[in-house]
Design a protein around this ligand. Sequence first.
Ligand SMILES: NC(=O)c1ccc[n+]([C@@H]2O[C@H](COP(=O)([O-])OP(=O)(O)OC[C@H]3O[C@@H](n4cnc5c(N)ncnc54)[C@H](OP(=O)(O)O)[C@@H]3O)[C@@H](O)[C@H]2O)c1
Length: 266
Amino acid sequence: MTDTLPDLLLIGCGKMGGAMLAGWRERGLSQVLVVDPHAPSPIAGATLLRDAAEIPQGFAPAAVVLATKPQEAPASLPAYARFAGQAVFVSIMAGKTVGFMQGLLGPGAAVVRAMPNTPAAVRQGFTVAFAGPGVAEGQRALADTLLAATGAVDWVAEEKLLDPVTAVSGGGPAYVFLLAELLEAAAVEQGIPADLARRMARATVAGSGALLAASAEDAAQLRRNVTSPKGTTERALAVLMEQAAWPDAISRAIAAATERSRELAG
Ligand SMILES: NC(=O)c1ccc[n+]([C@@H]2O[C@H](COP(=O)([O-])OP(=O)(O)OC[C@H]3O[C@@H](n4cnc5c(N)ncnc54)[C@H](OP(=O)(O)O)[C@@H]3O)[C@@H](O)[C@H]2O)c1
């Protein structure tokens, strides 16, 4: 995309907000104001403000991106209510519903709620978004462009689907990193030196991810491609694929995270 992005306001420039801003810069920015009380100054390509009160009177952003921790929302959001009516609010705050945000920004505020994940830091993120009532087609397209700066974007028509999305793709990188940890520990148990075990586990997880991303084949087929009849991988998979092992464990883990996302929703 070569079009310059319109004026933007980014609230919170931590891991996620910073990753988004870096992606936007690659696409060509006009004016971006960042509000963050403690982010290191300066921020390349943007103007850093320490408080919403410092936003110049005439500034009229096309989008306000909300990337603070969810617990900051009740105190910080009302300061941005004056942009409702002109801007689309794009929130990546986990668990904060469109209704909750409209309660703080005004009932007519156009709110897109999105759930990204941490591979956003290397533009390999996956974000699922939901457009609340009153979000215009052009605002949704702008939100899509802003979110796509950190990877792929998909949209759902029902907000409640963001609970299982949070469980699967929001938290998903943690489960994959856990796999790398466990592979490393098991390699050490089998006598492999710790440094080699670490590099082997990391490279195996990263390389498998790259192969999956590059391949048109199903994950199941890629798994079969590694599995010779009566071979070593088949022996390992017989342990992992027992119903009570990974199939039930992953299913229970995702159900538990989905339930927790529902509990946290506000
Ligand atoms: N990390 C993930 O895996 C992930 C995945 C999906 C969604 N999210 C969501 O993304 C959001 C940001 O997460 P993150 O990991 O990027 O957190 P983070 O690194 O802590 O970034 C939040 C930033 O906002 C700043 N901040 C705090 N209060 C503020 C205020 N009132 N106004 C403006 N800025 C303020 C923080 O400053 P201080 O550090 O000084 O407080 C920090 O720089 C969260 O709502 C989270 O739910 C994260």
